[in-house]
Design a protein around this ligand. Structure first.
Ligand code: DQA
Length: 147
């Protein structure tokens, strides 16, 4: 069974309340429950964390070294400027997938760039909460192909 660390960054604890027209009506708890169901069918074990603090996210990424097989992360606004999170992902060398609820490429200019994308297996954006399921499936396929 592969273990996946699921990280959500700043303001994602506000899902369901926060700009529902952009981010949908599901809460983070709802999304995590849906992911747990999918994980069962893919034989993945998930660990969920959310933080509004960059250093906390980095600590969890470091802890994943030697304990997890992959990372699924919605880094929130850190996507666009956190070289520290990028370096943390590179440091642990685990396959990681970046998920965004919204299509960051058709929003404000500052959201078009992800400083993390280059250290990811890939990026999923624009499919709402379903993107988390897609991300899990993508990581699962990555594990299968790496066997
Ligand atoms: C987001 C997109 C980011 O630009 C934004 O700062 C978020 C959420 C998304 O899921 O669409 O907090 O990562």
């Amino acid at each position: 069974m592969n273990k996946v660390l699921v990280l959500n960054g700043p303001n994602l604890n506000m899902l369901g309340i926060r700009e529902p027209a952009v981010y949908g009506r599901m809460s983070l708890k709802d999304i995590e429950a849906a992911m747990t169901e999918i994980a069962g069918t893919l034989d993945l074990q998930l660990t969920f964390h959310q933080s509004n603090h960059e250093g906390q996210l980095i600590d969890w990424i470091h802890e994943a070294h030697g304990t997890m097989d992959g990372i699924l992360i919605n880094p929130g606004a850190f996507t666009h400027y956190s070289y520290a999170i990028r370096d943390a992902i590179s440091s642990v060398g685990l396959p990681a997938v970046e998920v965004h609820l919204s299509n960051i490429h058709k929003r404000e200019e500052f959201r078009h760039r992800s400083v993390l994308a280059a250290v990811m297996v890939g990026q999923i954006a624009g499919f709402g909460a379903f993107g988390y399921e897609l991300g899990l499936r993508a990581l699962h396929q990555h594990f299968v192909e790496a066997r």
